[in-house]
Design a protein around this ligand. Sequence first.
Ligand SMILES: [Zn+2]
Length: 285
Amino acid sequence: MINFPLEKDTFLVFLFLIFIFVFVSFTFYQQEKLSLKAKVVFFDLQGEASLIQLPGGIDILIDGGEGNDLCYELEKELPFFDKKVDYIFLSHPEKDHLEGLFCVLDFYEVDEIFIADFPQKSFLFEEFLKKAKKENIKVEKLSAGDMIEFPFGGRIFVLWPPQECIFDNFNDCSLVFLFLFGKEKILFTGDISERVEKILEFNYDFKVDLLKVAHHGSKYSSSPDFLEKFSPQMAVIIASKNDKYHPSQRVLEAFEKEKIKTFITKKDGKIKFFSYGDSLEIVSP
Ligand SMILES: [Zn+2]
């Protein structure tokens, strides 16, 4: 049993152990920073949120889910001394994608927020922009054709929407982008429906390794033509445990028919990949 106040020797041993713990954690973190792999995490929480960690210790959040759960989840993914999220990409400002980013702005230093041309007004989004402004965080609007290159590997190529979104709902003006790491391609689709998928099929020609399935696996997205065109090897459906409507049976059958290995957060929990630039390894489940 430890009696307080501690004897001087016990105190020194205690201090030494703390020092060793911090030193080992920090060395491990530095090694991770220098490694040439990217980590991609799809969180199992209410709504939708994902994290990409790049070499050089660059953290990118895509959406924030609903409520405050993301901040608890981030604590598990980032080292305890890392209180910085470099970039936030907001696919669209609906509650199930946006709400969790408020606590990120409260507890983490953020360099820049990327958004798209979102056509409607939303109280939550206005509040979010006000908060970002108050904290001097740069907010930049992206559109199809934009490319963001990260210093130690990894690029984001924006596919949708155009500078002025032609649709009048948030879902179809979702920021859609391709995350490129070496030869690996991961497609993030926000909550788009089939009518945007049709435009993407017409405008682009590539195959993807991993697809973040649109709109929680909704029956109005993931058309057979879309799956055939971009032919993902693997797919992730982010659907919350209490969401009765997603993913749809039609979508699950379509993925099965195309023999696409599919992970679903409500069944598999948190889904984690390592990308090495020429191979994608599933770490969890
Ligand atoms: Zn959604």
